[in-house]
Design a protein around this ligand. Structure first.
Ligand code: GLV
Ligand code: MN
Ligand code: MN
Length: 369
C-alpha cells in the first residue's frame, strides 16, 4: 500500500491493515472496500487476498495519474474472517462495526492460547479495539471483490459475476458424550458410542440440507479425543456449519438439525453439549450498489450474470451498518476453493480491476452532479 501511493497505512488494534487514499476535499465521504488476508488451513491464495490487491491496483493507477476522486477510498485487509483459530469469527470486519465482544478475548485455541495472548504477541492493544468502530455517516458504502469459489462462472464461460445476496449462516461446536468401553467385550446392543451418534447427525444434516435444494450443511471438524483403535468412542467433538439463502430457511434447517441431535442422543443413551459460535444474517446487495457493479461490467462488454454467494464474506458484517455489494471473479479448476488448487487468471483479474476503476469513475461522476 505504501509503495503504490496510499496517503496513510496502518495496522489497527484488531490487526486489520488499513490504507487510505484521500479524496479531493478533506470533508469528502469515504468509499470502503477490502477483504480478508487470513486463510483456511491449506487453503488457496486468492480467497480474500484478491479483494485487497484489486483496489490496491486501482490506487496505484490513480496515484500514477495524480488523480483525486471526490471521495476518499479506504482499503482494509481484514485480519480474520475464516473462523479457524478461535470460535469467534469476522473479528476484523466485526470490529469496524463495533461488534467485537471483549469476552471473545478469553477464547482459547487448540493449544490453549487465549485470543488475548495471541493479540498481545502480535503487538495489538485490545483496549483500542472499540476505537476503530467506523461512523457509517462518514461512508458511502462498502464494495468487495472476491474470487467466486464455485463452478458457476467457469461453466458459463464468464469472467465476472454480480452478487445479488450472501447466504445466511450459523455455526456450532458440539460434543457428544457417551461411555468409553472395551471394543472387544462391549456387545453391540450395550454401547454408548459418541462417534456413531455424530455419524448419524452428519448423515441427517446431509439429507436435511439437500431437501431444501439450496441449503448446505457441513460437519468439517470431527474428533474422538484420545481415541484408540480398541476403545468404543466415549466422546466425539464436532463442528456444524449451516447456510441458506435467507434467515428463515437457515433457522428452519438449524432447528431440524438440533432436534435431530437431541433425538439421536436420546435414542442412543448419550448426551450432548452444543454451543452456537456464529450467526450471520443473509445479506442482500444494496440495489444502487449492485447496479454500479452492473454498469461497470456492462461497460466492459461482459454479459451480466447475477448470482447469490454461498460463501460468507466480510461484506456481511459491513451490511449491518452500510449499503454493500460484491463482484465475483471466475476461478479456474472448476472454481474449487478452500483448497490449494484454487486459482484464477491474470486476464480475469485484470477485468475485475477495470470494473473497479469504472465503478470509481462512475461514482466520481455521480458525486459531481
Ligand atoms: C468463509 O470463507 C466461509 O464462507 O466460510
Ligand atoms: Mn474462505
Ligand atoms: Mn473469503
Amino acid at each position: 500500500m505504501r509503495d503504490v501511493g496510499f496517503d496513510s497505512v496502518h495496522i489497527d488494534a484488531v490487526g486489520n491493515v488499513v490504507g487510505r487514499y484521500e479524496g479531493a476535499t478533506p470533508d469528502a465521504k469515504t468509499l470502503l472496500t477490502g477483504s480478508h488476508y487470513d486463510t483456511v488451513r491449506n487453503g488457496g491464495k486468492y480467497d480474500g487476498r484478491l479483494g485487497i490487491f484489486v483496489p490496491i491496483a486501482c490506487v496505484r493507477e490513480l496515484k500514477r495519474q495524480n488523480r483525486r476522486l471526490p471521495f476518499a477510498f479506504e482499503v482494509v485487509g481484514f485480519a480474520e474472517e475464516e473462523g479457524q483459530r478461535y470460535k469467534a469469527t469476522f473479528l476484523g470486519s466485526g470490529a469496524l462495526i463495533g461488534h467485537f465482544d471483549a469476552r471473545w478475548l478469553d477464547q482459547k485455541d487448540a493449544d490453549g492460547i487465549t485470543m488475548r495472548e495471541a493479540m498481545q504477541h502480535a503487538g495489538l492493544n485490545e483496549a483500542d479495539i472499540p476505537k476503530i468502530q467506523r461512523d457509517p455517516a462518514r461512508y458511502l458504502g462498502f464494495v468487495e471483490v472476491h474470487i467466486e469459489q464455485g463452478p458457476v462462472l467457469t461453466e458459463l464461460d464468464l469472467p465476472l459475476g454480480i452478487v445479488t445476496s450472501i447466504n445466511g449462516s450459523v455455526r456450532y461446536v458440539g460434543e457428544v458424550i457417551g461411555m468409553a468401553s472395551h471394543a472387544g467385550t462391549t456387545p453391540m446392543d450395550r454401547r454408548r458410542d459418541a462417534a456413531a451418534a455424530v455419524a448419524e447427525l452428519i448423515l441427517y444434516t446431509e439429507q436435511r440440507a439437500a431437501k431444501d435444494g439450496d441449503s448446505v450443511g457441513t460437519v468439517g471438524m470431527l474428533e474422538v479425543p484420545s481415541g484408540s483403535i480398541n476403545v468404543v468412542p466415549g466422546r466425539c467433538k464436532f463442528s456444524l456449519d449451516l447456510r441458506a439463502p435467507n434467515n428463515a430457511q437457515r433457522d428452519a434447517l438449524a432447528t431440524d438439525v438440533v432436534n435431530a441431535l437431541k433425538d439421536i442422543c436420546e435414542r442412543r443413551g448419550v448426551r450432548y453439549e452444543l454451543e452456537e459460535t456464529m450467526r450471520a444474517a443473509a445479506a442482500p446487495s444494496a440495489p444502487a450498489w449492485q447496479q454500479r457493479w452492473e454498469k461497470a461490467v456492462d461497460a466492459l462488454g461482459i454479459p451480466l450474470f447475477r448470482m447469490p454467494s454461498g460463501a460468507g464474506h466480510d461484506a456481511m458484517k459491513l451490511h449491518e451498518v452500510m449499503p454493500q455489494a460484491m463482484l465475483f471473479v471466475r476461478g479456474i479448476n472448476s472454481g474449487i476453493s478452500h483448497n490449494p488448487l484454487e486459482s484464477s487468471t491474470n486476464d480475469d483479474i485484470q477485468l475485475s480491476v477495470r470494473a473497479f476503476q469504472l465503478l470509481l469513475d462512475n461514482l466520481a461522476a455521480e458525486q459531481a452532479h
